[in-house]
Design a protein around this ligand. Structure first.
Ligand SMILES: [Zn+2]
Length: 247
């Protein structure tokens, strides 16, 4: 099992599920919402070899955590993975938009300076902004657009720019999600849970359930599930190879 985007530190029973996540998943990327959370989580998860902690500053808390930006920027050279970062263009966060944009831009500029990083990106209502920043800092690394919810046109541009897309079981259960996913080339799809935020039937999606997307993918792609799993695993390997990350 593989999960490229989970808020593992935010599950109410995080410490109780760590062993299971580490055992069942070949690889789990635990994204964080603030640089200080990254420091704390990295300490707690240290002994779990299959779990990697990404350095993040979530756009929804851009205002509250703005004073941690320096810690974020000065830590990028130490990590392979950055996330969750991005911009949220929905009305609820419009007041903090300029702060969000400043944080995102300076983060990917720093990623470029550091030689490129694997970056898990939140792009709700802000895909065009995200893509134009990535174009500006085109050596920032490998962007993974997590839970993509933009338009078909934006999707097409992101595909042309060779972004990856991490897809979760909630996204793939909606009609819009299925429609978007059907347009993504096989070699750019990765699995995520986005738990505990992503919920199915009122229950958080667990990190070992991220790969459940394969059954829906097998219907969308019209190919046997074993082949789907194979493609997803190859995509994951290629992602690491491109950025020369060894896990
Ligand atoms: Zn998330």
């Amino acid at each position: 099992m593989i999960d490229l985007h989970t808020h593992l530190d935010l599950y109410p029973n995080a410490l109780d599920i760590l062993d299971r996540v580490n055992r069942e998943n070949l690889f789990t990327l635990a994204v964080t919402t603030s640089p200080r959370a990254w420091v704390a989580t990295s300490k707690v998860f240290k002994r779990h070899n299959n779990i990697k902690v990404a350095l993040g500053l979530h756009p929804e808390v851009a205002d509250q955590k703005f004073n941690e930006l320096e810690l974020l920027l000065s830590s990028i050279h130490k990590v392979d993975f950055v996330g969750e970062v991005g911009i949220d263009g929905s009305a609820r966060y419009s007041k903090t938009l300029s702060k969000q944009e400043l944080i995102f831009e300076s983060t990917i500029r720093e990623c470029e300076k550091a030689g490129g990083r694997i970056i898990s990106i939140h792009s709700r209502g802000a895909v065009s902004k995200i893509l134009s920043s990535i174009r500006t800092y085109k050596n920032c690394g490998t962007p993974i657009l997590h839970w993509f919810s933009g338009s078909v046109e934006e999707l097409t541009t992101a595909i042309r720019m060779k972004c990856y897309f991490s897809v979760n079981p909630v996204m793939i259960s909606s009609e819009k999600g299925k429609e978007l996913i059907s347009r993504i080339p096989y070699n750019l799809v990765l699995p995520e849970s986005d738990g505990p935020f992503a919920k199915l039937a009122g229950r958080p999606v667990m990190p070992w359930e991220a790969m459940n997307i394969c059954s829906d993918l097998s219907r969308i792609w019209q190919m046997p599930i074993e082949l789907v799993k194979n493609i997803i695993e190859q995509n994951f390997k290629k992602l690491l190879q491109e950025m020369q990350v060894i896990v």
